[in-house]
Design a binder for this molecule. Sequence first.
Ligand SMILES: Cc1cc2nc3c(=O)[nH]c(=O)nc-3n(C[C@H](O)[C@H](O)[C@H](O)COP(=O)(O)OP(=O)(O)OC[C@H]3O[C@@H](n4cnc5c(N)ncnc54)[C@H](O)[C@@H]3O)c2cc1C
Length: 385
Amino acid sequence: MNGVLVIGASVGGLTVVEALRRKGYGGHIRLVGDEPHLPYDRPPLSKEILTGRWPIERALLRDREQLDDLDVELDLGRRAEQLDLEARTVCLDDGRHLRYDSLVIATGLAPRPLPFQPAVAGIHTLRTVDDALALRRELPTARRVVGIGAGVLGCEIAAAARSLGRQVTLIDPLSVPMARQIGGELGARIAAMHQRRGVHLRMGAGVCGFNSVNGRIGAVELADGEVVPTDLAVIAVGSVPATDWLTSSGLTLSDGIACDAYCRAAPDVYAVGDVARWRHPVTGVSTRLENRTNATEQAITVAANILRADRPYTPTPYFWTDQYDTKIQVHGVIAPDSRIRLIEGDAAAGRFVALAESGDTVTAAIGWNHPRGVRTARRRLVMDP
Ligand SMILES: Cc1cc2nc3c(=O)[nH]c(=O)nc-3n(C[C@H](O)[C@H](O)[C@H](O)COP(=O)(O)OP(=O)(O)OC[C@H]3O[C@@H](n4cnc5c(N)ncnc54)[C@H](O)[C@@H]3O)c2cc1C
């Protein structure tokens, strides 16, 4: 028996291990991750870790003792380099070929670089704890910070930098922040929230270059000719699935690892979390979700399916974001043409629950500083299982 091999030692990978043990799986499990750290949680990186409110240890998902109790062989600081489906082996960067009975791929994402990004000091991305620490080290001495990309991550970074007293400019080609995730109407609320806190928004603007002085960033150039001076730039223009090591494997790779409704990419090979794409059995839409709750829920389904439960994966997408003193929670999907209808609370007071509706269909329940209300409202979702 070769047991279960899990590649990617973060929340998706670790949850598969825990769920297998909870369900009574007694075989060998090996968890391989290319980061040298014990598995940790990413959401605090752009919030509590960046602002220094939490020490790093608080972001760990489990302590050493809890990991020992799982009886899992941990291979940290080791990168998977190749998958051979026929031989049922994964080759690591130290030359070992690991055999498996079941393989779980949970390798997540890597930040998307800008094609013209120079290798100078003061330009950051944020995906790992090491990225967060590098950024946190520089924030106290940077007077001006530019955020490139006003998606969820860019907005959280802007909020963290602003609460540390930095002068912050947030740049994005779209007309409002977080437009892709929450649409124009709620995006305008996000814009107002950042402006109230003193963030300078440059929406509808594209970055086309960087100026550097003595090997350090000095300014960001916009396509309309404006030059925005800065001491620090954080690029948050999206991420790409970490599938480079699978190119020769024969798996179907198309903005993620293509899976069936059971999260299976090939016989006895599963994908979990940010890297996995599958056709959602309820909506029929090819789906890949980049959020914390999906990684956990999908991992639990995959553990069950390794143990032959044959359970299709039918989640209701959910994400949250914390910016300043505001928690925004979204169950479901807000389509670009959705109408937003307030059903509880007071929008002016910054605490409300709203529904996103397309025609007669409720596609999302949104909580704005209203966790209790949104829990109830999510029952109105058509896709809620
Ligand atoms: C800064 C930040 C803030 C976030 N905040 C929120 C939030 O507020 N709300 C929310 O819902 N979601 C949030 N997310 C998203 C959430 O953290 C992810 O959805 C979640 O981490 C996905 O888990 P995963 O296990 O699929 O992948 P990851 O957490 O990306 O883990 C993948 C692991 O695999 C490793 N790996 C990659 N390639 C290899 C290889 N070849 N060999 C070995 N190991 C490899 C990676 O280094 C990594 O350790 C945030 C993400 C980030 C980066």
